[in-house]
Design a protein around this ligand. Structure first.
Ligand SMILES: Cc1cc2nc3c(=O)[nH]c(=O)nc-3n(C[C@H](O)[C@H](O)[C@H](O)COP(=O)(O)O)c2cc1C
Length: 377
C-alpha cells in the first residue's frame, strides 16, 4: 500500500533522466503505514547536495566547542543530588554513563536559590560550598569527551512549599504565588549570574537558562501567569523583559567564550497562552541578547503533556519554526525514540541537535545502537 502510494506520488512530480530519488521513512501513522519522505536530486548537483546535508552523526561547532555528534541528553532531574542540592558520586555516574556516545549532556536543572527549589533531592547551585562537586562533574564529563553544561533554574510559583518552607514567588499573584516586587527582581537576576559564575569557576563550559515548563522565566513570558501591570508584564515586550535582563546579565558575566543555552517555552498549549509565533519573536531577541543555542520545549504543566503520549518529536515543529528565523543552532525535543526519525530531523534541516531524554535514561547505549542501526559506524 505504501509503495503504491509512493508510485502515485512520483507520477505527480516531474523527474528527469538523471534524477536520484532519496527515501527516508519518518514514522508510522496510526494505521501502521510508513510515512515516507522523498527527495529528488538531480545527479549533477548530487555530490554538492550530499556534502551540504548534515546527519545525526556529524559534529557541530558552537564557538570553540566541537560537539562530536548531534545527540543531546536533555536536562532530566535524576533525584541523585543530596538534600542540600550537592552533587553525589551517583549523580556523576549517571551522567558519565550517558555521555560516552552522545554530543552533549545538559546536566539537570539546578536551583539558584532555595525559594526556587522544586524537589527534595534536586541539584542546587545556590552557594559557593557546592562548587567542589561541580568540579568533579566537569572533570568527569570532559574525560568522556563532551562539554559540561548545567541548566540553572528558579521554579518560581511552582516551587515546592514543603521544601522551601515559604510561599512560592512569581510574576504576579496568580495561583498561590507572592508577586516579586521590582527591587526583588534585581536580586533574582544576581542569583542567576552568581549561579552561572559558580558553574564556570568549577570548570563548566557554560549554562542553560531554564525558561520552559512553567518555571519562573516562563511564568514571566506567559500571559497565563504574568498578570503584572508594570513594565515587566502586559504586552509581549513587557513579558519578555525580565528573561531578557537575565540573559544579558548572565552573558555579560560569562564573557563571549562560554556557552549560553536557553530552554524556551515555545507554546503554553492553552488558548490564552503563548504560541509559537511569540516564541519566534522571543527567540530572535534571546539571540540578540547573547544566547548561543536555543533548546525548544513547551507546555506549562511539565515537559511531557498527556496529549502527546506516543507522538514522535512533539515540540519539533516549534523548534523548526524557530530555526527558520534565527542564526544559531536549535535543539528539538519530545518523544524522540526512533533513530531513523532522529536522523531525518537533522538531515531535513528541521533542527541542528536532537534531544533524547527518556530513551537515553532507560538505555545508556541508545546513541551507540542508533548509529549502528543507521549504518554510521
Ligand atoms: C524525570 C524527568 C526529569 C526531567 N527534568 C528536567 C529538567 O531538569 N529540566 C528540564 O528542562 N526538563 C526536564 N525534563 C524534560 C526533559 O528534558 C525532556 O524535555 C522531556 O522528557 C521530553 O523528552 P523525551 O521525550 O526525549 O524524554 C524532565 C523530564 C523527565 C521525564
Amino acid at each position: 500500500m505504501a509503495i503504491y502510494s509512493l508510485n502515485e506520488e512520483l507520477k505527480r512530480v516531474k523527474t528527469r533522466k538523471n534524477d536520484v530519488i532519496s527515501l527516508s521513512v519518518n514514522t508510522l501513522n496510526k494505521n501502521n503505514f510508513a510515512m515516507l519522505t522523498f527527495y529528488i536530486i538531480h545527479k549533477q548537483t548530487l555530490s554538492k547536495e550530499l556534502r551540504c546535508l548534515p546527519k545525526l552523526s556529524d559534529t557541530l561547532q558552537v564557538k570553540d566547542y566541537t560537539l562530536r555528534n548531534r545527540i543531546v541528553f536533555p536536562p532530566m532531574q535524576s533525584g541523585r543530588a543530596d538534600f542540600n542540592g550537592a552533587i553525589t558520586s551517583k549523580l556523576i555516574n549517571f551522567y558519565v554513563r550517558r555521555s560516552a556516545h552522545i554530543g552533549l549532556p545538559i546536566v539537570e536543572h539546578a536551583y539558584i536559590d532555595l525559594l526556587g527549589k522544586i524537589g527534595p533531592k534536586q541539584l542546587g547551585i545556590y552557594d559557593d560550598s557546592l562548587i567542589s562537586g561541580y568540579e568533579k562533574l566537569a572533570t568527569a564529563l570532559h574525560k568522556e569527551g563532551v562539554p559540561a553544561i548545567v541548566q540553572i533554574s528558579h521554579a518560581g510559583g511552582v516551587a515546592n512549599k514543603k521544601v522551601i518552607h515559604n510561599q512560592p514567588v512569581g510574576p504576579s499573584t496568580a495561583g498561590k504565588m507572592r508577586m516579586l516586587e521590582v527591587d526583588e527582581l534585581k536580586n533574582v537576576v544576581e542569583q542567576f549570574v552568581a549561579a552561572a559564575e559558580r558553574a564556570v569557576r568549577a570548570g563548566f563550559d557554560g549554562v542553560e537558562l531554564h525558561g520552559a515548563h512553567g518555571y519562573l522565566l516562563n511564568q514571566f513570558f506567559s500571559p497565563l501567569l504574568n498578570k503584572r501591570g508594570d513594565e515587566y508584564g502586559g504586552c509581549l515586550e513587557g513579558r519578555m523583559r525580565f528573561p531578557l535582563e537575565v540573559v544579558l546579565a548572565v552573558r555579560r558575566r560569562l564573557g563571549v567564550d562560554k556557552l549560553l543555552f536557553y530552554r524556551v517555552g515555545s507554546d503554553d498549549l492553552a488558548p490564552y497562552g503563548t504560541h509559537v509565533e511569540d516564541a519566534v519573536v522571543f527567540s530572535q531577541r534571546l539571540v540578540a541578547a547573547g544566547v548561543d543555542v536555543l533548546d525548544v520545549s513547551g507546555g506549562m504543566c511539565g515537559s511531557n503533556p498527556k496529549q502527546f503520549k506516543s507522538v514522535s518529536g512533539y515540540f519539533v515543529s516549534q523548534a523548526a519554526a524557530v530555526k527558520r528565523e534565527v542564526g544559531v543552532p536549535v535543539v528539538g525535543v519530545g518523544g524522540i525514540v526512533d533513530p531513523v526519525f532522529a536522523d531525518s530531523l537533522v538531515v531535513e534541516g528541521k533542527v541542528d541537535l536532537v534531544a533524547v531524554g527518556r530513551a537515553l535514561w532507560r538505555d545508556v547505549l541508545w546513541a551507540r545502537d542508533a548509529f549502528s542501526c543507521l549504518g554510521y559506524c
